[in-house]
Design a protein around this ligand. Sequence first.
Ligand code: ASP
Ligand code: MG
Length: 458
Amino acid sequence: MKFGGSCVKDGANIRRSAEIVRDYARRGCRLVVVVSAMAGVTDGILEALRCAEEGREDEASDFIEGLRRQHEKACEQAIKGEELREEVWRKEIEEIDELRKLLSVVAYLKEVTPRVEDYALSFGERLSTRIFWASLIDQGVKAEYLRGWEAGIITTDDFGSAKPLTTITYQEIRKRLNPLLERGVVPVVTGFIAATPDGVITTLGRGGSDYTATIIGGALKVDEIILWKDVDGVMTADPKLVPDAKPIPRMSYDEVVELAYFGAKVIHPSALEPAAKENIPIRVKNFYNPSVEGTLIIREAEADTVKALTMIGDAAIILASGVGSSEALSANIRLLDLLCRLGIQAIMVSQASSQANISIAIPRKDLEKALKAIRREFAAGELKVDYEDGICVIAVIGSGMRGRPGVAARIFNAVAGEGVNIKMIAQGSSELNISFAVKEDDGVRALRAVHRAFELNA
Ligand code: ASP
Ligand code: MG
């Protein structure tokens, strides 16, 4: 089971999370624990790196001081035994000091490479997980503290979003964790961080401790993976935007992948894969509300027509039209290829049948870069390019819409009923998802209207 940032927000929460583990262990469950950095720490380290890089060393030092206080307090709250606490705190200080030195070097060099960034980020999970481990020991649970690589997670060197080398990783995880489990020891593993075969530290991408948990779950073929978070499960929509959103009891892996792709921050998008491959159920539970069932993610869930909505704000649409339709197709392919090379994610793409028009929704932050590159690439004028800013994309997701007529009509009726104009529409061939773009100002109204139309709050 994995404990996300808010479960380890402070020492009291770490203690409570450790109690949850203790209770499972007492009932005779064999379990592996994966822990995230304390809330705010990963963002904090990133910010401190920026400060150091820009020579604002004072701010970087303030961060280190804050980090120290946060973890010292956490040790006090989570570990009662004095001797153990002192021993743990000594190791914590050593690591905080290592991070402090790293920030000074960055301030000196005025440069942060992706490799250095991953190394710096690794401290968040190292610090929190050691405290979590000690809290278990403190409560009489046999446990062992392991960094991601010590648990066997070996990755490519794509710093910032490294991919596990599956064969070796699975072998290593079994080799290292099974003996512990057989002895009744609970492995407590840092989420998010791993290493290359040469031992260089990497990270699995933001929110990556979900992924750590499912990789380990997949390797050990566990019965269930539990992700403890601060929400009642995967919600029908973002409750901040749709107040009557509610948790979804059961979803399929496919549906969650689709949601994650469209920016719903429920679960790390790659995390579904190891679980889906071994057909291991994932349960998303609320740490603050553990009696609620949460969401169960499995291979085949009830095929409700529409299950969840998500909205990506801060988008823009690029409208490209070919001059002559004969060259237009190849121009469109070149256009998509160009965006891909620039590393710009196309949120949705739609093409009119004449092949002379293509609309691509992209994140607004990438708009300028995209336009500049397009103008350069198509300098001969084979493609006319226009754009629209201030857009948001709404994705409507549910495997039950497959082959069922009338779903699109219901969506667009609801949106029309609000007098909202639709800019762009796309439906994937999997029919798991219909997405459409509207003006940013109309987004929330459209989202709520669709939520109502499918009685998702009922
Ligand atoms: N600490 C990392 C992050 O904030 C990983 C995680 O929380 O899952 O992205
Ligand atoms: Mg985090």
